[in-house]
Write a protein that binds this ligand. Structure first.
Ligand code: ADP
Length: 170
């Protein structure tokens, strides 16, 4: 699998699937979530509502992932995953790693070859960027998958630098 870093907006990626840093309600939020629903249109929210009704009445658990259409996005699919809120008191890194692993598992189920990830949990959920990058890169590298093209799409220079550092660290 080829792993690349891109500085930019995940909603503009020409890939089979983009990963959304969703919240467990699946009903939208700020950050990446807001951008994906804004650009992807109402079809995505529609499918999220149906998933809630059929499977996730209590919300999508942290660390899990589920797919909807990409709606009006260039990507065919959105894979929604719920990152953990950062806690200094409790180690939640296994849950963050699970987001990447489960997203790749869903991607494999869909036959996805190219995927774009944001820095899950590193926005509103407060995860320190260096550590979020280490977990993201380490997990994607270590996960067996049929995906051949994995991109991390980073919004800020700081995020890009953190991922560059993580990618350079074996
Ligand atoms: P979380 O709630 O999991 O922390 P956020 O969406 O708040 O998720 O933030 C995750 C990361 O994504 C942050 O680093 C944020 O700056 C970045 N981000 C926000 N919008 C976009 C976007 N359109 N494309 C790529 N990254 C984005």
């Amino acid at each position: 699998m080829k792993i690349t870093l891109i500085r930019g907006d995940i909603t503009e990626q020409q890939v089979d699937a983009v990963v959304n840093a969703a919240n467990s309600s699946l009903l939208g939020g700020g950050g990446v979530d807001g951008a994906i629903h804004r650009k992807g249109g109402p079809e995505i929210l529609d499918e999220c509502r149906k998933l809630r009704a059929s499977h996730y009445g209590g919300g999508l658990p942290t660390g899990q992932a589920v797919a909807t259409t990409g709606g009006l996005l260039p990507a065919e699919w959105v894979i929604h995953t719920v990152g953990p809120v950062y806690s200094a008191a409790e180690d939640r890194s296994a849950q963050l790693a699970s987001c990447y692993r489960e997203s790749l598992r869903v991607a494999d189920d869909l036959g996805v070859e190219s995927i774009a990830f944001p820095a899950v949990s590193a926005g509103v959920y407060g995860w320190p960027m260096q550590d979020a990058a280490r977990i993201a890169v380490g997990t994607v590298r270590a996960t067996p998958t049929k995906v051949t093209d994995a991109r991390f799409v980073l919004f800020s220079t700081d995020a890009y630098a953190a991922f560059e550092h993580a990618l350079g660290t074996p």
